[in-house]
Write a protein that binds this ligand. Structure first.
Ligand code: ZN
Length: 194
């Protein structure tokens, strides 16, 4: 019996995170195994959502668990979006940084499960946010692109310094305000990342 294994989660700077994932044609044993390993990777992180592109697989599926057990959605699509909701969002591929981001409050998600059954979910607030975040990953979009221009500038400065391998989270020449990427950075109450 083969043990479930975990992937390394790809982080900012990895070009795969910019790729639009391709549709899944067939749900076969390999895809089921991929989903199982993604779920294990998500729990180990820990996180509440994980898209295939985050583990370097350019296929349209994501996994999530908002407290009701792990679910997998294959070839997801958002067909409707309503309202606005401000929520502090973090990403496993942009570790350690969180921002308040406004997105639609409710979405209608469709797709397929691993048995090929159609999925149709009306999602509100937190679940809706998870779906929108994972859909973005499958389209090659990181949450950085959802930030206000000033926040994005600050974030890019921090992230570029990390990619260049500089020691510490912020380069020395950075202005003092770049040391706090979010007004709530450092709080212990934030939600797990996606
Ligand atoms: Zn993410």
């Amino acid at each position: 019996m083969s043990a479930v294994s975990t992937y390394n989660i790809r982080v900012f700077g990895d070009p795969v995170l910019r790729q639009r994932a391709r549709e899944v044609d067939d749900v076969d044993g390999r895809l089921v195994r991929l989903a199982e390993d993604m779920i294990e990777t998500m729990y180990a992180a820990p996180g509440v959502g994980l898209a295939a592109t985050q583990v370097g697989v350019e296929r349209r599926l994501f996994v999530y668990d908002v407290g009701e057990g792990a679910q997998t959605v294959v070839n997801p699509a958002i067909s409707e979006a309503r309202g606005e909701w401000d929520f502090e969002e973090g990403c496993l591929s942009v570790p350690g940084l969180h921002w308040n981001i406004v997105r639609p409050k409710e979405v209608h998600l469709t797709g397929f499960d691993l048995e090929g059954n159609e999925i149709s979910i009306e999602a509100d607030e937190y679940l809706s946010r998870v779906f929108q975040h994972e859909m973005d990953h499958l389209d090659g979009i990181l949450l950085l692109e959802r930030l206000q221009p000033e926040e994005r500038k600050e974030a890019m400065k921090i992230l570029r310094s990390r990619v260049l391998g500089e020691v510490g989270p912020v380069p020395e020449e950075a202005p003092a305000d770049a040391r706090r990427p979010s007004r709530r950075a450092g709080t212990a109450t934030r939600e797990p990342s996606l």
